[in-house]
Design a protein around this ligand. Structure first.
Ligand SMILES: Nc1ncnc2c1ncn2[C@@H]1O[C@H](COP(=O)(O)OP(=O)(O)OP(=O)(O)O)[C@@H](O)[C@H]1O
Ligand SMILES: [Mg+2]
Length: 112
């Protein structure tokens, strides 16, 4: 099992959510987050003064998948999130040791 984490542009979330649902993921967790990448945010002008805003609003999506889904789900995320501009986000994958569905006690792949 894998945990796929994606940091994406908030305005792309509806498109990405639809693409993931069309693929057939079983669930997701979504949070509003702030972060920066290699450009370290950007500079904004507010009331004539320049401010360096180094934490930009992003959305973090977490999806548990079985190993066979990893490649396709990462592909769906990257395709739906891409605008070819800096700040499109990042996707990473971690191995997961154990998953339990609390209601039934089911474990691992059957609990995803
Ligand atoms: N090394 C990192 N570790 C943790 N989170 C990161 C990292 N790099 C980027 N992020 C998260 O992803 C968000 C979007 O990153 P971003 O797309 O700007 O990455 P980037 O590496 O700067 O690529 P690009 O050059 O295309 O902008 C950041 O706001 C941050 O939340
Ligand atoms: Mg960046």
């Amino acid at each position: 099992m894998k945990l796929i984490t994606a940091i994406i542009r908030p305005e792309k979330f509806p498109t990405i959510k639809t693409a993931l649902e069309q693929y057939g993921i079983q669930g997701m967790t979504v949070q509003n987050v702030h972060g920066y990448g290699q450009q370290r945010g950007h500079t904004e002008v507010y009331r004539g003064a320049e401010y360096t805003v180094d934490l930009l609003e992003k959305i973090r999506i977490e999806i548990l998948v079985d190993d066979a889904q990893e490649h396709d789900v990462v592909g769906v995320l990257v395709a739906a999130a891409n605008t070819a501009r800096a700040g499109d986000g990042k996707v990473w994958v971690m191995a997961v040791d154990q998953v339990v569905r609390v209601r039934t006690g089911e474990r691992d792949e059957t609990a995803i």
